[in-house]
Design a binder for this molecule. Structure first.
Ligand code: BGC
Length: 758
């Protein structure tokens, strides 16, 4: 398979409506900091912008007001905050200020280079006075030094000799974005960060700030390095620092300003000011070229492990690579952080972490970078006490209930019907701990982290459900489909809880005789009797089934509701959540996203194929895909059912969702779960990967539109490369000992390469 060249995202648009979307698409992040792709010189007045810089896991707390506050409702929530703005650089030439909206633009492109890990802006600009400059700006959020963000600002003179002035700013007065009419972003203006002090030490400009309620400290530090002999005039006021840099430029010559910016916070550092200075001194000593090289090296390794190559559709290839790159940019790389629904690219969903992480994004990391996957699972383990407290808040005497959305561990959803009522998040987390075990065989991780999470979530199910006529039922919860709330026996929830209970009991019995559970047994007092009860509830879990239709009803009353009047719903009324009262929506058979269909992907052996097929057909007709978490799942299940056309169509709706802004809200940030869904659509969908207790399975198919595809996965200390083309599929063991694999349900021993006709 030839190497595919599609490593860039390119924009040449200066349309105001696209500029705000490009701020998201061209953001740079490394899992710790994220900086939106704002123009250094800003836009003209009146242009919409969300100017932002974020730190993963750093939050302030805002009050939640309820008109009618009932028992257990939250009264505060965490939210990601916009921190100090270090992006500002203004250029002046003979009194004219550089702007893409004045003078004449002779060339303009911006590029996100996913191989090098930088965003670039290239402009050739004729000033109103007729001077022509070429301006090349490169930005990088370093993967190797996570606190570091760099702007390299290069100016080349085409027809001018004389003075250039660059004014570089660092502004501490920032606020968050809000929109009172969109429930997917914050609803009201609030200021979260206060500048405490401004200092300058050893040519490093520092702003020391503090969050207003959570009292977390954030420090930003800036240092300038200029290629030409220059004069720097530095000033500051209470809230900002400005450096006016003057130098002369010769005809045809390029001069550069490198703006090193470092961010630190008090969650990670005992003294963020000292840390910022140390990190800056170390970083600014390194030639920029070295920092770029390190970035490139990090990404070479990433792509070598994680790339998914598709031959025959370069737009699609770009969408896939963009998704994988964004997952890497978004994923928290320490125990304090996770992956926000919008990564570090914007403020949508207020920087919260959801079930999106486990069910949509973790599979990518688990198969390509197990250390990052373990970090994500460890984050949940660390938050177990918060989940225990949350369970008490929700009235449960035992067990742990993970919050629906959170940053630091407590519940941040104020709307319980489609928030805290989504108990399935417990089983989703448990499911991924089990997947981790099946993929890595790492029983140690189960002993030290997974078992406690599974036991406590199993306890929660025992407390949330009950027996009715010898069946274990779970009442008054909400499944993944947020257009149907507070129901009894949501099929997805019950089947996932069943799996949770089964594996809690299994782990208990597996470890019981080994002494390895002794500490845990002491800590949370598990008894064999309790494990037996989990096992019994697993055996007796009720899963709704309709014999006549041979489908799994989404819940006990779903099929008796009126079907939504799709024919008379104009296109501009979607997404429905922005146009109809929730109760009106709940009263109908209409789904926002895959629910039962998702269960049929995750737990495919639970039902017969005809039930999965009939359910797919049934839910397909009533699903709006108003959530970006939906089409990827329909694609995967269509692949399973052998419907390549549908699998392809749903996949194509998934892969470029942000690049083409198909949900019209990319300005608020990327849709990270959808990006994980893109990966899954290829690997679990077209290649048919499943990892079960009985082993690893593939079932490759290839849409006519493509020449082929290829990827690698890690499985039980092996690396397996999968390549599929129009004639055959090949499975090659790149690392590790021989292993049994199943291809189209036939068992093979894989030791070298195995080639099978497709
Ligand atoms: C979806 C949820 C998801 C959330 C964050 C909502 O629109 O319905 O399933 O967790 O977005 O991505």
């Amino acid at each position: 398979m030839t190497e595919n060249k599609n490593w860039e995202v390119i924009s040449t648009s200066l349309e105001p409506s696209q500029l705000i979307v490009d701020e998201t698409l061209f953001h740079v992040a490394n899992g710790y900091i994220g900086v939106r792709g704002n123009f250094e010189e800003e836009y003209p007045n009146g242009y919409d912008t969300i100017r932002g810089t974020y730190i993963n896991g750093l939050y302030d707390i805002s009050e939640v007001k309820h008109g009618e506050k009932l028992q257990g409702f939250i009264d505060s929530k965490q939210k990601i905050i916009n921190i100090t703005d270090v992006q500002g650089i203004q250029l002046f030439i003979e009194g004219d200020k550089f702007s893409l909206f004045e003078g004449e633009i002779l060339e303009y492109t911006r590029i996100l280079d996913m191989k090098a890990g930088v965003a670039r802006r290239h402009v050739v600009w004729k000033s109103p006075k007729g001077h022509i400059l070429q301006i090349d700006i490169k930005r990088m959020a370093s993967f190797v030094k996570p606190e570091l963000f760099v702007i390299e600002y290069a100016v080349k003179s085409v027809n001018y000799e004389g003075e250039i002035i660059l004014v570089s700013t660092q502004k501490g007065e920032v606020s968050n974005y809000f929109n009172p009419n969109d429930p997917r972003v914050a609803g009201e203006y609030e200021k979260h960060l206060t500048v405490k002090e401004i200092t300058r030490e050893e040519h490093i400009d520092l702003i020391h700030s503090e969050t207003n309620t959570s009292k977390l400290k954030v420090v930003s530090a800036v240092k300038h390095i200029v290629s030409a002999p220059c004069q720097i005039e530095s000033t500051s006021d209470r809230l900002s620092l400005t450096s006016k840099i003057k130098f002369n430029i010769e005809l045809g010559k390029t001069e550069k300003l490198v703006k090193y910016c470092v961010f630190t916070d008090s969650i990670r550092c005992a003294d963020p000011s000292i840390s910022a200075i140390c990190i800056m001194q170390e970083a600014a000593q390194m030639p920029l070229i070295k920092l770029y090289k390190l970035q490139q090296g990090y990404l070479d390794e990433f792509w070598n492990r994680s790339d998914v190559v598709v031959e025959g559709d370069s737009n699609l290839q770009q969408g896939i690579r963009f998704s994988l790159f964004e997952l890497l940019q978004s994923v928290g790389k320490d125990k304090y952080s996770n992956i926000a629904a919008k990564g570090l690219s914007g403020e949508g969903y207020e920087g919260h972490y959801f079930w999106d992480t486990e069910i949509y994004m973790l599979p990518f990391f688990l198969l390509t970078n197990q250390k990052l996957a373990e970090n994500l699972l460890s984050y949940r383990y660390e938050k177990l006490d918060d989940a225990r407290n949350n369970a008490r808040l929700m009235g449960h005497k035992k067990g742990a209930l993970y919050p629906w959305r959170t940053i630091s561990g407590s519940e941040c959803s104020a709307y319980f019907p489609s928030g805290p009522a989504q108990y399935h998040i417990d089983a989703d987390i448990a499911y991924m701990f089990v997947q981790h075990y099946l993929v890595t065989n790492d029983l140690d991780f189960v002993v030290h982290k997974g078992a406690e999470v599974l036991f406590e979530t199993a306890r929660l199910w025992m407390d949330a459900g009950h027996y009715a006529e010898d069946r274990f039922v779970i009442d008054a919860i909400t499944g993944p489909d947020e257009y149907t709330c507070i129901v009894n026996n949501n099929y997805y929830t019950n089947s996932m809880a069943k799996y949770n209970l089964k594996w809690a009991a299994k782990f208990f019995y597996l470890l019981k005789g080994t002494n390895q559970l002794d500490d845990l047994i002491k800590k949370i007092q598990i008894t064999e009797e309790e494990a037996e009860k989990w096992d019994e509830a697993y055996q007796k879990m009720y899963l709704p089934y309709d014999k006549e239709l041979d489908i799994n009803p989404q819940d006990d009353t779903f099929l008796s509701k009126a079907v939504w009047d799709f024919e008379n719903t104009p296109k501009d009324k979607y997404p429905l959540l922005l146009h109809y009262h929730p109760l009106y929506i709940y009263r109908h058979q209409v789904c926002k996203q895959a629910d039962t269909v998702l269960a049929h992907f995750l737990l495919e052996d639970e039902e017969k194929l005809s039930t999965i097929q009939n359910s797919f057909d049934y839910y397909e007709k009533i699903t709006t895909h108003d959530s970006s978490l939906s089409t990827c799942i329909f694609s995967i299940v269509a692949s399973k059912l052998g419907n390549i056309r549908k699998a392809y169509d749903y996949f194509m709706q998934t892969t470029r969702l942000d690049l083409d802004n198909t949900h019209h809200n990319t300005k608020d940030g990327i849709h990270t779960a959808n990006m994980g869904g893109t990966y899954m659509g290829m690997v679990y969908g077209f290649a048919g990967l499943r990892i079960k207790e009985t082993g690893i399975y593939f079932n490759p198919i290839l849409p006519d539109e493509w020449e082929g595809y290829a990827f690698k996965i890690c499985y039980q200390n092996r690396v397996i490369e999968v390549r599929v083309n129009k004639r055959e599929s090949s499975f090659k063991l790149l690392e590790g000992e021989k292993v049994t694999i199943h291809i189209k349900d036939i068992k093979y021993e894989l030791c070298g390469e195995l080639v099978i006709e497709i």
